[in-house]
Structure formats: structure tokens, C-alpha cells
Design a protein around this ligand. Structure first.
Ligand SMILES: [Zn+2]
Length: 422
């Protein structure tokens, strides 16, 4: 039996416990309540490990590529530079992405993987993940070939589940979506991320036209309507920025889960997703960091703050998203969106022992008035002291130096992309 305690424990599905104790055994939580363990974290909070509803670990060193260009040219730069990499470099970058995620307190990630390297990296370094292998194109047969090629070198284990990701409605046909959904494994896509996407799908126009040779032909419909025949509870949709009232109602009616990525959407100039309307319609929403290719980092604290800023700014209401609700989006909400809430997302008896210890010492929110606000507004990766996945310590701040080699190999791959860029 392992016991950890802290000045605060935030179970998320129950009120914060001042002077709380978490006990776990064989990777599962045995109890959560008041108490003090031999290992007590003073001036700190124990929270459920964060569940990242949308990531690309393989883009961990892509920060700033195409910054300041619109969605079409940005994705073009991204594709050109990615094309330079060898498989072992993609793997090295994915390992760096895993370390960055763990360092941010993330214990589960929903990763859309171009090469499959993310699955290997998660298994090696102990990050729980659903890894959705990306497929592109118009033909189900071709998608199956891409999927099986990526699958060949991969194995599932206790932490890593494999899924499939038809990339987006402008890069995959409905036939491909239907084939993916027929596999009975997790399926995730990008949906309604930008106005550029709707311009292409509806009119064959806009900046995405530059990529016309690799895109699906226009459907004459907006993004959500383009996917209408396949929308359902098993299709995780990242972004959903360009959705109107009627489209939100359709997503809600079909119980389509959404990954909300406010930093990525803002930085690419795509807009601000209507988070309040999505939540009020009953849609399962989780928070996603996306990747440094669009958001600058896997920093889930920054993502929670961005969710608060953008929701309150968009709605012009200070109560549009509370710190408690932001924390829920990054834990229990994301777990529900991934259909993993039986395993993770809260600190509760019987759930897997996935947790993060966040120091609050010296933050502007300490001494603590509202512990959720202290974590959301005062937290940052350099305050994450320890991260436990499935009962095992996978990251400790005091041992950060041991990850230097992982980071420097990934950094060399970034240098090569910059030097050899077309
Ligand atoms: Zn993405």
C-alpha cells in the first residue's frame, strides 16, 4: 500500500479535502479522504493526473513553425518539414513529448499519431494513452493499408490503447470515416477547426486550395454537415470552433465528444470555440493542449487558463468558466470525452492511481483561499513535483536532469528540420 498526503487533495468529483490522504495499491486507488501520510506534501495539492483530450506527441519540437500564417499555409509548412524526418527522429520527438506531458502532470493523453511512434514512446516511458493512428485519403482500402502499415510495429499494453484517426473531413472521405468506425476501436478526428476548412468543403475555395492535390473534393457542405452520416458517440472531434447553433444541436443529439483546444485555435487565428454553448448543450467536452506545432507547449495549466480567458472573454461573463470547471475539463471531462471515465479523471476508490502533486508554495494564490483556483491560476509545469501513473512514479521534478538526453536528441531533429527546410 502506498500513501501520499498533501495540504489539499482535489478529487474533482467531490469537494476539496484540506489535509487529504490518497492510498493506493496494485495501481488502483483504495481510499481518498482526510489524513496524513509519512510522505506529506506541505503547501501542495494532489490532483487527478490530467487527461489531455487532444495531443500530437510527435510534434513536440515543432514550436513556431509557420507562426503568423493562416491555417492553409501553416499546415503546408508543417507537412514539408515533417517530410524531412526519419522514423527514429519521429520516435525521439515523441519521447520528448511524453516527458513534457508527464512534466505537466498529464497522465493520460489522446494522441493523434502520424507515424505510430507516439504509441511506442508512451509504452516505454509510462504515459497512459489512446493513440489514434492517422489515415488520409478517399479510399477505405487505402486507409486500411496505411493503418496496417503503422500498426505492424506496435503493440497494445496495459497503458496504451490503439485507435484510428481519419484526419479531417477535408482530407478523408466519408467512406474512410465509415471504415474507421467499423473497426470497433477508438476513433478521433479534427472537425470544424477553421473557416478555411469550411471554405474548401463548401466552395473549393480559400487558402486550403493550395493543397488541393492532396485534399478530398469539396462536399458543398460545411464541415459538420459533411460528416453528418458518421457523427456519433464514438467519434472524438477535436476543435469544433466553426460550429453554429444548429450544428451544436446536432453534435449534442448524436452525443459527439469534443476536445476543446483554446490556445491552438487562438494562435492559428482560427477563433474561439463556443465552449459555453457546447457545455450547456450537454456535450462531453475535454480540454486538449494540441501540440507545440500550434499551441506552444503541452502545458495543461496554460491551457486551463486559456480556456477560462477565452470563455469569459467570448461570453463577457466572469462566471462563464470557473477554475473548478476548468480543472474538471482537464480531468473528469476529458476522461468522459475519451470514454475512459471508469478508469481515470477523478480521485476515487477503484479508479486507477493516476495523480499529480502540484506545489502551491510562493504562488500568488498561496495561502490558499480556493484550492482549484490556486492550481488553475497558480500552477505550472515547474510546480509539478511528482506524477504517478497506474500507481508508479513516472516523473519527479527533482530528477528533471535525467531527461536531458531525451530532450537533446529531439532538439537535434528540430535543428535538422530548420536547416533542411525547403
Ligand atoms: Zn490535432
Amino acid at each position: 500500500m502506498t500513501e501520499l498526503s498533501a495540504d489539499w487533495v482535489l478529487p474533482v468529483d467531490a469537494p476539496p479535502v484540506e489535509g487529504g490522504l490518497v492510498r493506493f495499491e496494485d495501481g488502483a486507488i483504495v481510499s481518498v479522504g482526510p489524513g496524513r501520510a509519512e510522505r506529506h506534501f506541505a503547501n501542495a495539492a494532489i490532483v487527478p493526473g490530467f487527461v489531455n483530450a487532444h495531443s500530437h506527441l510527435e510534434y513536440a519540437v515543432y514550436a513556431g513553425f509557420g507562426d503568423g500564417t493562416s491555417f492553409g499555409p501553416w499546415i503546408e509548412t508543417h507537412m514539408q518539414r515533417k517530410g524531412i524526418l526519419e522514423r527514429d527522429e519521429m520516435h525521439a520527438i515523441a519521447r520528448c513529448g511524453v516527458v513534457d506531458s508527464l512534466a505537466s502532470g498529464i497522465t493520460t493523453t489522446a494522441d493523434y499519431s502520424f507515424s505510430g511512434a507516439a504509441a511506442t514512446a508512451c509504452a516505454e516511458l509510462g504515459l497512459r494513452a489512446t493513440v489514434y493512428l492517422e489515415v488520409f485519403g478517399g479510399s477505405a482500402e487505402d486507409a486500411q493499408r496505411q493503418f496496417e502499415e503503422k500498426l505492424e510495429t506496435l503493440e497494445e499494453n496495459v497503458l496504451v490503447r490503439l485507435g484510428v484517426s481519419p484526419h479531417a473531413p477535408y482530407s478523408c472521405s466519408l467512406e474512410v470515416y465509415a471504415w474507421c468506425l467499423s473497426l470497433g476501436i477508438p476513433v478521433g478526428t479534427h472537425l470544424a477547426e477553421s473557416a478555411n476548412e469550411n471554405d474548401w468543403l463548401e466552395h473549393g475555395a480559400g487558402p486550403l486550395s493550395a493543397l488541393a492535390t492532396v485534399l478530398q473534393p469539396p462536399t458543398g457542405l460545411r464541415a459538420v454537415a459533411s460528416l453528418e452520416p458518421v457523427l456519433g458517440p464514438d467519434l472524438l472531434c477535436a476543435h469544433c470552433v466553426e460550429v453554429n447553433e444548429v450544428e451544436i444541436a446536432l453534435l449534442a443529439e448524436r452525443d459527439v465528444p469534443v476536445a476543446h483546444c483554446p490556445r491552438s485555435n487562438a494562435l492559428l487565428g482560427c477563433g474561439v470555440a463556443p465552449l459555453t454553448a457546447l457545455r450547456e448543450s450537454g456535450i462531453r467536452v475535454g480540454l486538449g493542449t494540441d501540440s507545440p506545432a500550434s499551441a506552444p507547449s503541452f502545458d495543461v495549466f496554460e491551457e486551463m487558463r486559456a480556456a477560462v480567458y477565452t470563455a469569459r472573454g467570448r461570453e463577457r461573463r466572469a462566471d462563464a468558466l470557473s477554475a473548478t470547471d476548468a480543472l474538471r475539463l482537464a480531468t473528469a471531462g476529458a476522461a468522459q470525452a475519451l470514454q475512459m471515465d471508469d478508469l481515470v479523471g477523478t480521485l476515487a476508490t477503484g479508479k486507477r492511481a493516476d495523480l499529480a502533486v502540484v506545489s502551491l508554495a510562493g504562488s500568488p494564490y498561496h495561502p490558499v483561499e480556493d484550492p482549484a483556483a490556486a492550481v488553475v491560476f497558480g500552477g505550472s509545469p515547474d510546480r509539478v513535483l511528482e506524477v504517478i501513473v497506474d500507481g508508479k512514479t513516472r516523473y519527479q521534478r527533482e530528477e528533471e536532469v535525467k531527461w536531458q538526453e531525451v530532450r537533446s536528441i529531439a532538439s537535434a531533429a528540430r535543428s535538422r528540420m530548420l536547416v533542411q527546410q525547403p
